[in-house]
Design a protein around this ligand. Structure first.
Ligand code: ZN
Ligand code: ZN
Length: 370
């Protein structure tokens, strides 16, 4: 399946929507650094380096990109969308931004990924400006995906699931975590996905949710948690599967696996427009607590997923934001017994007008790998 790339008109429309939001929030300029916000608006992630490269979006008027001259050719495809201001190696790019913005005392919003050093230099160049975080303005845009974004996320999920089915046939006992991870990444990129991420924890390390994968050799008779994903058109997949190695699983592990699976399914069943994000966390947490493992569920139940691996909405206590159709998020309860083992099952979910549906279909029943 091949998907058409996001057309320029879509990017122009996204910038116009942001401009309306800026005006409504009395913000004069939005400064977007390299990363997922920039990709959302322009289709390009930009080059994140010590050289300042930013999109300057005014509340009204033509957007501009202040770019190092050596990176300007990268913008050729989007030259119709914005004014391109090139700066040379000996120029002061913060001063250039200030001049494009017309000086004065504007209200300026900056995105999360804009480096702190750049913010400080821009503050020096615009001493009268006031500064706010852009996330509250961008959140409603990025959080609700359009049909094209959902189609790309679904395809990324499908390819990741297929990679898992292939990986399940491989032998992991005797490999180090790092070797097993490398193999899973290889199988995933062979499916056509771009580089993503991979965590693997075996034995006691499976109880450490973000264990990066090291030199520990995977043994028979233990749990292994794989959490990984790839990218398609910049959109992420994010899946976790937990397996047992060797033979018959430890009875407590098997029991906990079922509890986690039920919590994952209950979370999916509870998701629909209008439900508060924190209520999904509560659904999973109540079920795990009732089973006696509440204190071992040590993270939120999920996070939004799109051009960033972790983005709004966060399914966490304290977030009363209601779900909306088009939101895409992970459903990833887990139970971690320190020094023994951990279990997590993670799928990606799309909120639909009348409920929610999973877009990952990799096998979820308890599997034993050799
Ligand atoms: Zn994950
Ligand atoms: Zn995740």
């Amino acid at each position: 399946m091949s998907l058409p790339v996001t057309p320029l008109a879509t990017h122009a429309a996204r910038m116009e929507r942001a401009q309306r939001l800026l005006a409504a929030n009395l913000i004069d300029w939005l400064i977007v650094g390299p990363g997922s916000d920039l990709q959302y608006f322009t289709g390009l992630r930009g080059h994140d380096s010590e050289r300042l490269s930013v999109l300057l979006l005014p509340a009204a008027g033509k957007p501009a990109w202040v770019v190092p001259v050596l990176e300007a050719p990268l913008l050729d495809g989007i030259a119709d969308l914005l004014a391109i201001h090139r700066w040379g190696e000996a120029d002061d790019p913060a001063a250039r931004c200030a001049s494009v913005m017309g000086g004065g005392a504007p209200v300026v919003a900056v995105t999360e990924s804009l480096r702190a050093a750049f913010v400080l230099r821009l503050q020096g160049a615009l001493p009268q400006a006031s500064w706010v975080e852009a996330t509250p303005v961008l959140r409603p845009l990025r959080m609700v995906k359009d049909a094209h974004e959902i189609a790309v996320l679904e395809e990324a999920a499908r390819l990741t699931d297929e990679a898992w089915v292939r990986f399940l046939d491989e032998r992991i006992i005797g490999l180090t975590e790092r070797q097993a991870m490398r193999r899973l990444v290889e199988v995933t990129t062979d499916m056509g996905l771009g580089p993503g991420f991979c965590h693997a924890g075996s034995g006691p390390f499976s109880a450490s949710p973000h264990h990066g994968g090291g030199d520990r050799v995977i043994q028979p008779g233990e749990a292994v948690v794989f959490d990984w994903g790839g990218t398609l058109e910049g959109y992420n997949s994010d899946v976790t599967r937990t397996v047992w190695t060797g033979g018959e699983p430890d009875p407590e592990f098997a029991r906990i696996y079922q509890i986690v699976l039920e919590a994952n399914e209950a979370t999916l069943a509870a998701a629909r427009p209008g439900v508060a994000c924190q209520d999904l966390d509560t659904t999973a947490r109540d079920l795990i607590t009732a089973a006696g493992y509440g204190e071992y569920f040590i993270h939120r139940v999920g996070h939004g997923l799109g051009l960033s691996l972790h983005e709004e909405p966060y399914l966490v206590q304290g977030n009363s934001l209601p779900l909306e159709a088009g939101m895409v998020f992970s459903d990833e309860p887990g139970i971690y017994l320190p020094g023994r083992f951990g279990v997590r099952v993670e799928d990606t979910v799309v909120c639909t007008p009348d409920g929610a549906r999973k877009i990952n279909h990799a096998p979820r029943d308890l599997r034993v790998m050799q």
